[in-house]
Design a protein around this ligand. Structure first.
Ligand code: ZN
Length: 194
């Protein structure tokens, strides 16, 4: 609960600092039993979207992390998230010569208690309109797998089952995005009401 509050406060502070552009997005990550096990803070930067991940409850060792094409996290298998986000039709794998998917991220390592913390980069991903947008109509999702991604094998680098999932969406958090971003628009609306 406290964690949720902190997240909310963080989001509010961050939203206040932004001039209406949604270039920071905080998402919650759930395991296959629908327990919230972590968060990810996504921020749009030059050349891609940075993903700051903090997760508990993983098995110790390496795990694959990928952004998937649909903003749907239906447990327990999270197949609803679809394939890796791949708007350019490339091959899977950060080490594949004809790769990689925009959704392919480096592996993370959980410590002996199952905790993992990492800063990853989704190169070429954006939050703005266009084919590379993680915030497209129905959004995308961040998925953690049971095993590590070997970076070359199709279609998912032998990374095993999907063990955790978080939805990346424009309106993933309540109230965020409801505020009018353009003061001119607001004025117009007010005038219409008069
Ligand atoms: Zn991939």
């Amino acid at each position: 609960m406290r964690r949720w509050l902190i997240s909310l406060i963080l989001v509010l502070i961050l939203s206040a600092c932004q001039s209406g552009t949604p270039n920071v997005k905080e998402i919650d990550i759930y395991n296959s039993s629908a327990d919230m096990i972590g968060t990810a803070k996504l921020s749009e930067q030059e050349g891609g979207v940075q993903v700051k991940l903090e997760v508990n409850g993983l098995s110790p060792g390496f795990h694959g992390v990928h952004i998937h094409e649909f903003g749907k996290c239906e447990g327990p298998d999270f197949k609803s998230s679809g394939n890796h986000f791949n708007p350019d039709g490339k091959e899977h794998g950060l080490m594949h010569p004809e790769g990689s998917h925009i959704g392919d991220l480096p592996n993370i390592e959980a410590d002996s208690s199952g905790y993992a913390e990492a800063e990853l980069m989704a190169d070429e991903a954006t939050f703005t309109d266009g084919k590379n947008s993680l915030l497209k109509e129905d959004g995308t999702s961040l998925v953690i797998t049971a095993d590590k991604d070997d970076g070359v094998n199709q279609p998912g680098g032998k990374s095993g089952e999907r063990v955790a999932c978080g939805i990346i969406k424009k309106d993933a958090k309540a109230k965020e995005g409801e505020e009018p971003t353009d003061p001119a628009e607001l004025e117009e609306e007010e005038k219409e009401e008069e």
